[in-house]
Design a binder for this molecule. Structure first.
Ligand code: FMN
Length: 186
């Protein structure tokens, strides 16, 4: 698939078939994530690949955060089931001291964001789907997976074959609203 075609047709996938993900496809996704640009090429990312069904169910339980969802009146996190049902969950972590800290901005989040887009696009390119899940209880998840305290868990990526092949893209704001030429304008 052409890069622009992949960018235009990718969308978040939250429902998966039970078809397993082939090992070589999983490796392609992880390699694509690894090839992303990063602060001073320090590559602060680390990935925990989870395929054990019981562990995925526990991860799913940790992705309902009362303080976030109950406050909004949601009974579930829309991506919670995906974490239990997808054949693979990639837990994307960062070692923050292996990235930049400038003007109070923690660039490890940017590093992971770039790796995440590579992950999502390479999954889509291979007929797989995924979604960036950012809402979860970090401490119990770290305990479950043995992730040390100096590592930050940034995102969870359920990965598998989409249940519905005709998922559609979410709308985007028009360029005119987003882009200024030469100077910021209103
Ligand atoms: C940083 C970040 C965090 C996100 N967290 C969640 C999440 O916790 N749960 C979820 O269902 N989707 C999450 N998403 C997915 C967005 O909702 C989704 O990308 C957006 O609605 C646009 O839809 P699309 O990916 O289909 O184009 C997240 C996306 C990003 C970039």
């Amino acid at each position: 698939m052409e890069t622009l075609e992949a960018i235009k047709t990718r969308c978040s996938v939250r429902k998966f078939s039970d078809r397993p993900v082939e090992h070589d496809k999983l490796m392609t996704v992880l390699n694509a994530a690894r090839m992303a640009p990063s602060w001073a090429n320090l590559q602060c990312w680390r990935f925990v690949v989870v395929q054990d069904p019981a562990t995925k169910r526990r991860i799913s339980e940790f992705s309902y955060v009362d303080s976030f969802f109950a406050a909004k009146g949601y009974k579930t996190n829309p991506s919670q089931l995906a974490l239990a049902e997808a054949p693979v969950v990639i837990v994307a972590c960062a070692q923050p001291n292996q990235s930049g800290d400038m003007r109070g901005q923690q660039y490890y989040m940017t590093d992971i964001g770039l790796a995440a887009e590579n992950l999502l696009l390479s999954a889509h390119d291979q007929g797989l789907g995924s979604v960036f899940v950012s809402i979860f209880e970090e401490k119990p998840l770290a305990d479950l997976l043995g992730i040390p305290a100096y590592i930050s868990i940034v995102g969870l990526f359920p990965l598998g074959y989409p249940q519905n092949e005709s998922s559609s893209s979410s709308p985007r704001k028009p360029l005119e609203e987003l882009v200024f030429y030469e100077r910021w304008q209103r």
